[in-house]
Design a protein around this ligand. Structure first.
Ligand code: ADP
Ligand code: MG
Length: 250
């Protein structure tokens, strides 16, 4: 079912297009007949029960999961259809006793210099400017394992924003983040989306955030069960059926 304006024909500004895509793992059909368009500068949220195939869909977009069908990007002003994807994985865990600092984490990802040699001044400045994008300069010397859920998400977001991607993909960025932190993170994503004309695709179970921030919601249960505006999807029959609820949300 398709509700709202984003499921129809896609013009030249379309950034990510998934057509008749399916995934089988070990003979089991995990996803089938998935059609989705993520338009430039838009935020799309994937919702659905655990095991519905949301993370599998993300892995396929990232090229980490084999699939049938088509996943293509079109980047305005670029002839080659190659998009830069920023990816924030589902909350990785770090040991609080681990000495790895935020600066070390960036150095591991961005520099060939061994972390034990410490950061060069120019690398430290680069890390600071990356952290500035998420208002997180104060986190640079903190141990990664001691960050709060919201702080860790901001650090991972800063990593995903270097270089600035065409599309940012976040797998359950709100899990492990308190309510206040959720709003901060969503406001930040909204700000980044506008500043950099980013397309954002995220999965979440925090449905109440969606009407304020998402342009489109796709309800996934091994296929796209329903797609449209947050208001329409959260009140749809399909939403009630999939989540076994008497009424929708809102
Ligand atoms: P979601 O993110 O919606 O919770 P997933 O995409 O992680 O769901 O998983 C969808 C289904 O695919 C689950 O039943 C899961 O067990 C299965 N699955 C995912 N990856 C693998 C894998 N590598 N091997 C076997 N089964 C997998
Ligand atoms: Mg998942």
């Amino acid at each position: 079912m398709n509700i709202g304006m984003h499921g129809g024909a896609c013009g030249h500004s379309c950034c990510l297009r998934i057509e008749n895509m399916s995934v089988k793992i070990g003979g089991d059909s995990i996803l089938s007949g998935v059609n989705l368009h993520v338009h430039c500068g838009q935020m799309i949220a994937l919702i659905g029960p655990n095991g519905a195939g949301k993370s599998t869909l993300i892995k396929a977009i990232l090229g980490q999961q084999e699939y049938d069908g088509i996943i293509s990007f079109s980047v305005p002003g670029q002839r080659k259809r190659k998009a830069v994807i920023g990816y924030v994985p589902q909350s990785p865990t770090f040991d609080p006793g681990d000495p790895l600092t935020v600066a070390d984490l960036f150095a591991c990802c961005m520099s060939r210099r061994p972390a034990f040699l410490g950061l060069s001044r120019s690398m430290r400045n680069k890390v600071l400017s990356c952290l500035e994008r998420v208002h997180g300069e104060n986190l640079i010397d903190k141990r990664v394992g001691t960050l709060s859920g919201g702080e860790l998400q901001r650090v991972l977001l800063a990593l995903a924003l270097e270089p600035i991607p065409n599309i940012l993909i976040l797998d359950e960025p709100l899990s492990g983040v308190d309510v206040e932190g959720m709003e901060t993170l969503m406001d930040m994503l909204d700000e980044l989306r506008k500043s950099y004309d980013l397309s954002i695709l995220m999965t979440t179970h925090d449905f109440h955030m969606l009407p304020r921030y998402a342009d489109t919601v796709a309800l996934i249960d091994h296929r796209v069960v329903c797609e449209g505006t947050p208001e329409a999807v959260l009140q749809s029959e399909e939403f009630c059926r999939v989540f076994n609820r008497k009424g929708g949300i809102l």
